[in-house]
Design a protein around this ligand. Structure first.
Ligand code: NAD
Length: 424
């Protein structure tokens, strides 16, 4: 049965509760309900957006912004426009952001937003602009560079952030670039933000393979989802790590080439011919099976939640699952993969490169500075390596999985900040 967003929500909450138990938080902070204060968000903003379409009709859409926890710093997290957005999904993703900013060591909290855009609505550029501005209208009193700083996520990009930042300036009468990240460079964006999540993921894989004595060169990889995270991850995998990306999928199908797909050619092809024509990509064959069970060494799920579940986890052939997307492996699948000796490098570590470079963008904008790309990638690499080492130490100490270790580190850190702030 297809997993629902509420399953992802339950998986995250169960893991939070189990982690609090392992850390003995109740003993450390008696009666303080620390884990409940991560599971229950600080604030949920839910609103209706009446979106005028180009033909004059109005569509009624549901929008959300969830502010999970700001004990360690202002809320931070993306906004997605997608047909599967619902309150459970946004809550789970916001809680994960609180943990992710801790894993990577940023002075930020966690939040997330989204609009449920039905699949039948293929938004034009002008419709997308109106939707972006309306989203800001609904949350204007709750966002800002010192409060809550959104960023792009699924089906939103630098252009979306540009419209949103412009809409904020219409209210404040000021130009506050640090109120959104992932903006175009000429509006205070930072070089390397677009590549950051995919590149950061590969940096974690490179570091892991060094430590585990795995030779990445020549290994085969399947990439599920070829948007921002998947395409940039695939590019770095092929060009820097020496990995053969043999399988690639998007929402419209999958292709494979045993000798390795030419990633830049595929990116150019999809740009010119449209994402929906992936199966026509020359130099590859159509792949109709489950790409996550392909005969490869590494799978890189970089699309949606719940992609590896109880049904296909037993069929995964890879040795490593590198979670580019948020929540691509269910808790049930995690247990199956673990019992089969497959290493899962978890989302809150692996895809933290995006929020890290978003943070660099905030620092750059607040200091009215300009960061060159090499500085961005150097610092990103340093922070991804440090986070990997930190989580590896926890893993070794407790003899647990990488995901459990990442949760243990983050929950302990966030709990300390919640407690430190007191209850008044
Ligand atoms: P995107 O919209 O740029 O790309 C999503 C891709 O997934 C598209 O190619 C789409 O066609 C494909 N897709 C959707 N459903 C699919 C399916 N069922 N099977 C195969 N492919 C499918 O989104 P993105 O920004 O790359 O985000 C992807 C994931 O990574 C999300 O879970 C997101 O939350 C997470 N993430 C993104 C960032 C970021 O910086 N963009 C940062 C951290 C985490």
């Amino acid at each position: 049965m297809k997993k629902r967003p509420v399953d992802f929500f339950n998986d995250v909450n169960n893991l939070l509760t189990e982690t609090a138990g392992k850390l003995d938080l109740e003993k450390k902070y008696p009666g303080k309900q620390i884990v409940e204060r991560i599971i229950q968000p600080d604030k949920i903003i839910q609103f209706r957006i009446s979106l005028q379409m180009d033909n004059g009709n109005i569509e009624t859409l549901k929008g959300f912004r969830v502010q999970n926890n700001d004990s360690r710093g202002p809320y931070k997290g993306g906004i997605r426009f997608h047909h599967e957005v619902d309150i459970y999904e946004v809550r789970a993703l916001a809680a994960q952001m609180t943990l992710k900013t801790s894993v990577i060591g940023l002075p930020l909290g966690g939040g997330k937003g989204g609009v449920l855009v039905p699949e039948r609505l293929k938004l034009s550029n002008t419709e997308k602009e109106r939707l972006s501005r309306k989203f800001v209208d609904s949350v204007i009193n709750d966002i800002g560079n010192k409060k809550d700083i959104p960023a792009p996520d699924m089906n939103t990009d630098s252009q979306t952030m540009a419209w949103m930042a412009d809409q904020v300036s219409k209210y404040t009468g000021e130009n506050i670039p640090a109120c959104f990240t992932g903006k175009p460079i000429n509006m205070g964006g930072i070089p390397g933000r677009t590549e950051a999540t995919g590149f950061g993921a590969m940096m974690v894989l490179e570091k892991h393979s060094q430590k585990a004595g795995i030779e990445l060169k020549g290994k085969a990889m399947a990439v599920q989802g070829f948007g921002n995270v998947g395409s940039h991850g695939a590019m770095r995998a092929a060009e820097i790590s020496g990995i053969k990306v043999t399988h690639v999928s998007n929402a419209y199908g999958a292709v494979f080439n045993e000798a390795g797909i030419e990633i830049r050619n595929l990116i150019d092809f999809l740009k010119s011919e449209g994402q929906e024509n992936i199966k026509q990509f020359p130099g590859s064959e159509v792949y109709d099976e489950d790409i996550l069970c392909a005969p490869v060494d590494i799978i890189f799920p970089a699309a949606v939640e719940n992609s590896v579940d109880g049904e296909n986890a037993g069929e995964v052939k890879a040795e490593i699952v590198l979670e580019g997307a948020n929540g691509p492996v269910t808790a049930e699948a995690d247990r199956i993969l673990d019992s089969r000796g497959i290493t899962v490098l978890p989302d809150i570590l692996v895809n933290a490169g995006g929020v890290t470079v978003s943070y660099f963008e905030m620092v750059q904008d607040e200091s009215q500075d300009r960061w060159p790309k090499d500085r961005v990638f150097r610092r990103l690499q340093g922070m991804m390596n440090e986070a990997y080492d930190k989580i590896s130490l926890v893993k070794e100490k407790h003899g647990c999985s990488f995901r459990e270790a990442a949760y243990m580190h983050a929950v302990e850190d966030v709990a300390g900040a919640i407690h430190g702030r007191g209850v008044q």
